[in-house]
Ligand binder design. Structure first.
Ligand code: ADP
Length: 476
């Protein structure tokens, strides 16, 4: 099952090339994976286009039955699937199991939502005219996803697109193809007709370009960096391929001085380092009210220095390796730049002792940062917790909004007025008030500014893959 998945068959790349998939915790080879390119992509698009002719005409009830079965298959195979996710991504086993549970929930939820794509009728100003609006599936969708959530990222788009009646050519990250292969397996075992979902990995730029160039492919749903999002926007400006983009983030966290500082500092140490900080909605810029700044710094540092770093299979591990050597080096470079800014690294930031193999980095806390710091400007995507301070609500809002990103923001306060004013003035698509998990299967997930366009999850997620059609009948 290390090959491309086209027309419900596991096949080699046309040119027979493979690449070596590496376990980030051990740097050992996990498997040889077929390395697809544009030719394979075009074969997959043609398969998806042929499949759409029938799949697009199925009733939502027929589609729902398959999606629900696939959700059950994922739950039944959760242990095996989660182990493969740990091997390819490095994340702790408990996080991998949680992610597969959410992936299954997405398929079940969209199985139900498929039946609710209601249209509407519109009263007209002429007695001999009737207007109505219906929703129809777009056709073949390209789904390009990042490695940080190897099952959740593709599941979110696949489940919504399949519920809408679309067919799919998916390109998961080369770093984490195994989870996407398991998703395909779950769907195939649940009766998905051939060609409805196809999975290719390999030369990302070539496959992305082939998706843009192929007129049979109607839309690309992309989860990844703002950098690649812009490449796709450039390409789409020539081909008019539609795009949904879920891009980078740089989430501020506003902590006011009426909170239980010690309790919040403790949960912060877990929330910030979930998936090693490699999360687009990861809380990144911590703005702490000046009255509690020192206390918060001391307590959070104590908890972060106690986090257990190690192989995701080890009991009690909080933080696994980073995904690649390159990712580790990019976080180390940011830390080096903050040293030059004279920031204070209170703990971590180095390779843990006796962990020379694997891309491990000791979780870091950095204090006394200025708004001009590189840690305020750039998305870190790694185990670093930067601490800034603020004077009052006004100061906090200005600093929080001072970014090109607009995905998620967090506010911690027991003052209702502060919570409401802050949530309404923050320029972000997702706001968590007194919580770290503001997203949900049933809720719209999308970014403002350079964090993206369009929405995933919730009913909005399904309409991303449908076209609205006005039907007007005259001469009645
Ligand atoms: P991340 O750094 O989070 O992996 P990327 O944006 O680099 O974010 O990758 C997200 C997805 O985009 C991956 O599946 C990757 O292979 C793919 N990708 C990378 N470069 C391109 C490109 N030029 N065109 C299309 N997809 C690309």
């Amino acid at each position: 099952m290390n090959q491309l998945f086209i027309n419900n068959q596991w096949v080699d790349a046309k040119d027979g090339v493979t690449y070596s998939l590496i376990n980030p915790a051990t740097e050992e080879e996990i498997a040889n994976i077929s390395n697809g390119n544009q030719e394979d992509c075009n074969v997959a698009v043609e398969a998806a286009h042929a499949a759409f002719q029938a799949w697009g005409k199925t009733t939502p009830y027929q589609r729902a039955a398959i999606l629900k079965k696939a959700a059950d298959y994922m739950r039944a195979n959760l242990d095996v699937f989660a182990k493969d996710m740990v091997v390819e991504s490095g994340k702790p086993l408990a996080e991998a199991k949680g992610e597969w549970t959410v992936a299954a929930n997405l398929f079940e939820w969209y199985a139900e939502e498929a039946k609710r794509s209601y249209g509407k009728t519109i009263p007209t100003n002429r007695p001999d005219k009737r207007s109505s609006v219906i929703w129809q599936p777009m056709g073949v969708i390209g789904v390009i996803t990042a490695w940080n959530f190897p099952a959740y990222n593709p599941a979110r788009a696949w489940a919504a697109a399949l519920a809408a009646g679309c067919t799919i050519v998916a390109k998961p990250s080369e770093n984490t193809p195994l989870s996407a292969f398991h998703l395909a397996e779950a769907l195939m075992k649940s009766g998905l007709p051939e060609g409805v979902v196809n999975v290719i990995v390999g030369d990302a730029a070539a496959i992305g370009e082939a998706m843009l160039q192929n007129p049979l492919l109607k839309k690309i749903s992309f989860t990844g960096s703002t950098r690649v999002g812009k490449i796709l926007m450039d390409g789409a400006s020539k081909t008019y391929t539609k795009l949904s983009l879920e891009l980078g983030g740089n989430a501020p966290v506003l902590i006011f001085d009426d909170v239980d500082v010690d309790a919040l500092a403790k949960v912060t140490s877990i929330a910030r380092f979930r998936n090693n900080g490699q999360v687009c909605i990861a809380p990144q810029r911590f703005y702490i009210h000046k009255n509690i700044y020192q206390q918060f710094c001391d307590t959070v540092t104590k908890h972060v220095s106690q986090l257990k770093v190690g192989n995701g299979f080890e009991e009690g591990v909080h933080v696994g390796p980073l995904i690649t050597k390159k990712q580790k080096e990019s976080v180390e470079k940011l830390l080096e730049e903050t040293r030059q800014e004279n920031a204070n690294i209170l703990t971590g930031g180095h390779t843990p002792e006796n962990m020379q193999k694997g891309y491990f980095l000791q979780p870091a806390v950095v204090a006394d940062l200025q708004q001009s710091s590189v840690l305020a400007k750039q998305e870190i995507f790694g185990p670093v917790l930067p601490l800034f301070s603020f004077e009052d609500l006004e100061d906090a809002i200005v600093k929080a909004n001072d970014t090109e990103y607009g995905l998620a923001a967090y506010v911690f306060t027991n003052n209702l007025k502060t919570a409401i004013h802050a949530s309404e003035r923050l320029e972000f698509g997702i706001i968590g008030i007194n919580e770290w998990a503001p997203h949900g299967t049933e809720s719209p997930f999308g970014g403002w500014k350079q964090s993206g366009q369009g929405h995933e999850s919730g009913s909005e997620g399904m309409y991303e893959y449908m076209e609205k059609k006005l039907i007007s009948i005259g001469g009645l």
